[in-house]
Unconditional design. Structure first.
Length: 451
């Protein structure tokens, strides 16, 4: 009798928990099918769990989430995903906010990783429609992700601007002032907007935003977001040809990406090296403690060699490195942003070599310079003219004889003079000659009227 009573008690105590336990077991069995390489059977099992759970609860929600993951990452069955996703959205008030946010973030991550623009766009827009009016952190994050998708699509600029404005309002109090509790979110908005203006090369608005980022009250700035902001700032300075500030900002971006474990740190380091060379810095950036570990990185070997050739003024090697293509790795000239500044880099190194080359001479043939610089003669003439106009060379080109005629300074005899004191004497001499011509012109004008 006592055994029977014990059995009855045991049965009654588990009666309430049995459906829950069964659903959990069914869920684990379905996951097992998926792990065993049977995605179709697993999806059928997950669908059964979601249909049988009454009322709706965690196991149906997990099953729908796992179905979407399997369809996206295993089957690549994108067309069948949306109806499942819409069903999952009906669980919004059933699941805890933390689980809900975590699940949506994961699912949107799956579809973004599929590199299917239309698919991802549909999922983001459907999510925002479901969250309409909530203004929750999930709503904010979804908007930011959708905005990032539109960055490289000029046709979506108007929509992107609307997303940015909505997200900025999310970071404000009712009176329009900045909400100090949402400093991190505000930096994300600024980062998104700065990326948009960087794509548009709108340095005027970039400067305004870059200044605003430094005023945001935030105890802990996310390194990934700060990396984006500093990178955009560095590119802004590059466009404005303020190369010293560009190098400093890109170095900060590199360190931020490094802290975040983001692979963008390598690209940022390339741009920082570019800025340093454009600034004609004599410091090798790879000598700094932060950059030294990456000196031999397979993606940075070309940039390391480029810096060495630049500092040695080895034009031939510099040009060779620029144009070298290594199988399986993008060359320096394949980066559109780097390519914009290659002509300026080449002009810098060729100018330095040209000035050093002509120093002992009073005249030198254009053909000889072309041989030394390994460029066509028309390019030499263009470079020499540019150097004369910039004041780097004092001389003229004899077009008939194809010679560069250099003016020796009477003070020190060098051509061109490299002594700053001599330059000052020369400048004063030129100014006095100009005044003399002006006085002579006035005198002649007055004299003619008197006559």
């Amino acid at each position: 009798m006592s055994d029977e009573e014990e059995y009855d008690f045991s049965y009654e105590s588990n009666d309430e928990d049995e459906p829950e336990a069964n659903l959990e077991n069914d869920y684990e069995d379905a996951k097992g099918l998926r792990d065993d390489g049977k995605p179709k059977a697993a999806i059928t099992a997950f669908a059964k769990i979601a249909a049988e759970e009454n009322p709706k609860g965690i196991w149906g929600f997990k099953s729908l989430k796992m179905t979407l993951k399997t369809m996206c990452k295993v089957q690549k069955n994108y067309a069948a995903m949306m109806p499942i996703f819409k069903t999952l959205l009906t669980y919004a008030k059933i699941i805890t906010p933390r689980d809900w946010d975590k699940a949506l973030t994961a699912i949107l991550g799956y579809v973004s990783g599929a590199n299917e623009f239309v698919l991802a766009q549909d999922f983001y827009e459907t999510t925002l429609e479901a969250l309409k009016g909530s203004k929750s952190i999930t709503w904010f994050k979804t908007n930011i992700k959708l905005g990032k998708m539109y960055l490289d699509n000029p046709e979506k600029t108007r929509i992107l601007n609307g997303i940015i404005n909505d997200c900025r309002k999310y970071c404000q109090n009712d009176d329009g002032s900045e909400d100090p509790k949402k400093g991190t979110q505000l930096l994300e908005v600024y980062a998104l907007e700065m990326q948009m203006y960087t794509t548009q090369k709108n340095t005027k608005k970039l400067k305004v935003l870059f200044a605003l980022t430094e005023k945001v009250k935030n105890d802990v700035s996310p390194p990934h977001i700060m990396g984006i902001i500093k990178e955009c700032g560095g590119k802004m300075y590059l466009i404005d040809e303020d190369y010293a500030k560009a190098g400093a900002s890109l170095f900060e971006a590199f360190k931020a990406y490094d802290d975040a474990g983001d692979s963008k740190k390598i690209t940022c380091l390339k741009y920082m090296v570019l800025a340093n060379m454009l600034a004609k810095s004599t410091i090798n950036p790879f000598d700094s403690p932060e950059c030294q570990p990456y000196k031999s990185d397979i993606e940075l070997v070309a940039m390391t060699n480029l810096v060495n050739a630049y500092q040695l003024k080895d034009v031939a090697e510099f040009d060779k490195i620029l144009r070298k293509n290594v199988p399986g790795r993008p060359g320096i000239l394949e980066d559109p942003f780097m390519r914009r500044y290659i002509d300026d880099l080449l002009k810098n190194i060729r100018t330095d070599v040209l000035i050093a080359m002509i120093r002992p001479y009073t005249r030198i043939s254009i053909a000889s310079i072309a041989t030394q610089l390994n460029i066509p003669e028309p390019d030499v003439i263009q470079l020499v003219v540019s150097c004369i106009l910039d004041g780097n060379i004092t001389g003229r080109i004899d077009q008939v004889a194809q010679l560069l005629i250099l003016q020796k300074d009477k003070k020190c005899g060098q051509a061109p003079c490299t002594n700053s004191a001599c330059e000052l004497v020369h400048d004063r001499h030129v100014a006095l000659q100009g005044w003399n011509r002006e006085i002579d012109s006035i005198f002649r004008s007055v004299a003619s009227k008197l006559v």
